[in-house]
Write a protein that binds this ligand. Structure first.
Ligand code: ASP
Length: 439
C-alpha cells in the first residue's frame, strides 16, 4: 500500500501539533509522501502564516516598514523548531526572503514560503527527503497549471524516493517563477502527488472528522458521513461545503483513488471516505444537505416560447455576453428562468434586461433577489420513491415556501430554491425528516 498524506495548517500550527502528525505518519509505513500546509491558527485569535505572508508582501510593496511582520513569522517557525528539538536554523532562509522582497519578487513567491519552510521542518523532523514543489509542480509560461508536465516531473522524482516531503500550495513556471494555487491549494498538491505516484489512498488530515450531513452552524451535531462519492461531494461542495478544495477532486476521480478525510486531533476516528463509486449503502436516504444564499432569478415570459427555435440559446447568450455563469434554468411552457449569483448580476442587471428584450422580445421579465438554493444530495435517492414528497411535506410543515425545484437527471440531487430568510429553517426541516425521524 502507498498512501499520500496531506496535513492542513491547523494540524501543523505548533510543535505539539507536529508531534501528533509525526505519530500519525510513523504509525503506518504506508504513509510515504507527506504534503504539509503552512502553520495555521493555534487558537481563534491567532493568524495563519499564509495571511501574515500576504500582509508582509503588501506592506513591503507599499514601501512601508515590515521588519516586525517578518520577525513575527520567523518566531512562529522558531517556536516549532525549538519545540521539536531540531537542529535547524532559518537565518539564511529569512535573509533570502528579505533579499527577494527588496528585489521586488511577486506575491506568490512570498506566500509560498509558508509551505516551503514548514516542509523543511517536516523533512528534518521525519528524516524524509525534501522535494521542493517548485521542481515538480508545473505551471506554463502564462501561469496555467500544466498537468502533463507535473505528472511526469512528479513520477520521475518520486520513482526512486521511498519517502518524501513535498510542500503544498505552490509550483513554478518554466522560468522558475514561483506560482501558487488558489487559497487552500495544498489539497491540490496532495491530490497531484497521489495521482502521479499511483497511490492507493490520499489521506487529507484536517481539524474535522470528515464531512457532516449538514452545516453544524444550522443543524445541531449533524451525523458524520462515512462514505460519499465524488459526484455527491461535487454536488455538496458546489453548494458551499468546503472541507476539501474542489480542484483537488478531479485528478483523483479520473484515477479512482479514494480520499480519506481525517482529523489530526482525533486520529482514531475513521473520518469520511470519498470514493468513485461504492456498493456501500448510505445509512439514510440522503447523504447530505448543502446550500448557499445570495442568488437571484430572472424569469422571462413569452407566449409560445416552446415553439421558438433557439430561444434558450439566445437567452443564455445574453448572460454569456456579460461574462456571467448561471446555476439553474428551470422552465415552464411559456416561462424560462435563469438562476444566477446575485452579486455577479448586480453590475450587469440593466444590461441583461436590455439584452433579453432585444434578443427574445419577451412579454415580461421578472427579477427576484435574495434567494437561497439548497441541494439535497444522495445516491440512495435513486429509485427511492417518495423522496421529493418527504422533502416538500417537511418544508410545508416548516412554513417554507418553495420557489423553485430542480431534480438533476442523475436522480442524485434535488435542488430547492427558497427565500434567503427561510434558508436555515428549510435545511433543519429536511434534516429532521430524513435523519432525526429515522434515528
Ligand atoms: N496555506 C495556504 C492557505 O492558507 C494553502 C493551504 O493551506 O492549503 O491558503
Amino acid at each position: 500500500m502507498k498512501k499520500v498524506v496531506k496535513f492542513g495548517g491547523s494540524s501543523l500550527a505548533s510543535a505539539e501539533q507536529f508531534q501528533k502528525v509525526g505519530d500519525i505518519i510513523r504509525a503506518e509505513e504506508d504513509r510515504r509522501y507527506v504534503i504539509p500546509s503552512a502553520p495555521g491558527k493555534r487558537d481563534a485569535a491567532d493568524s495563519k502564516v499564509t495571511d501574515l505572508l500576504y500582509t508582509l508582501w503588501d506592506t513591503a510593496s507599499q514601501g512601508q516598514e515590515y521588519t516586525e511582520i517578518i520577525q513575527h513569522i520567523r518566531a512562529r517557525y522558531d517556536a516549532i523548531i525549538q519545540g521539536l528539538g531540531l537542529d535547524l536554523d532559518f537565518t539564511e532562509e529569512f535573509q533570502t526572503i528579505e533579499e527577494k522582497i527588496r528585489e521586488g519578487v511577486g506575491v506568490d513567491y512570498v506566500a509560498s514560503r509558508g509551505e516551503y519552510l514548514n516542509g523543511r521542518i517536516m523533512s528534518a523532523y521525519l528524516g524524509f527527503p525534501f522535494v521542493d514543489a517548485a521542481d515538480v509542480i508545473a505551471f506554463d509560461a502564462d501561469g496555467e497549471f500544466d498537468d502533463r508536465r507535473t505528472d511526469k516531473l512528479l513520477a520521475e522524482r518520486l520513482e526512486n524516493l521511498h519517502t518524501a516531503v513535498i510542500p503544498g500550495f505552490y509550483g513554478a513556471r518554466p522560468d522558475g517563477t514561483v506560482q501558487t494555487f488558489s487559497r487552500g491549494g495544498s489539497d491540490i498538491t496532495g491530490s497531484l502527488v497521489a495521482k502521479a505516484s499511483h497511490a492507493d489512498l490520499y489521506e487529507n488530515w484536517t481539524d474535522v472528522s470528515g464531512f457532516l450531513m449538514a452545516d453544524p452552524r444550522i443543524v445541531k451535531d449533524p451525523v458524520p458521513i462515512s462514505t460519499i462519492t465524488y459526484r455527491e461531494m461535487r454536488e455538496l461542495s458546489y453548494m458551499g461545503a468546503t472541507v476539501l478544495h474542489e480542484d483537488a477532486i478531479f485528478p483523483l476521480r479520473k484515477e479512482g483513488i479514494p480520499i480519506n478525510v481525517r482529523n489530526t486531533n482525533d486520529p482514531e476516528n475513521p473520518g469520511t471516505m470519498v470514493v468513485e463509486s461504492t456498493c456501500s449503502k448510505p445509512r439514510y436516504t440522503i447523504t447530505g444537505i448543502g446550500g448557499k444564499k445570495g442568488f437571484a432569478s430572472i424569469t422571462i415570459e413569452k407566449a409560445m416560447m416552446n415553439a421558438e427555435v433557439g430561444f434558450g440559446r439566445r437567452v443564455l447568450e445574453v448572460f454569456e455576453d456579460v461574462g456571467m455563469t448561471f446555476e439553474h434554468t428551470p422552465s415552464g411552457i411559456d416561462t424560462f428562468s435563469v438562476f444566477v449569483n446575485q452579486h455577479e448580476l448586480e453590475p450587469h442587471e440593466q444590461q441583461v434586461i436590455a439584452g433579453l428584450h432585444r434578443s427574445v422580445r419577451p412579454d415580461m421579465i421578472e427579477l427576484e433577489s435574495d434567494l437561497a438554493l439548497i441541494a439535497v444530495v444522495g445516491r440512495g435517492m435513486r429509485r427511492t420513491r417518495g423522496t421529493a414528497g418527504r422533502i416538500f411535506s417537511a418544508l410545508a410543515h416548516a412554513h417554507v415556501n418553495v420557489k423553485m425545484i430542480d431534480q438533476g437527471s442523475s436522480e442524485l440531487n434535488i435542488i430547492i430554491g427558497v427565500e434567503n430568510r427561510d434558508f436555515e429553517a428549510a435545511i433543519k426541516a429536511i434534516y429532521e425528516i430524513f435523519v432525526i425521524a429515522q434515528i
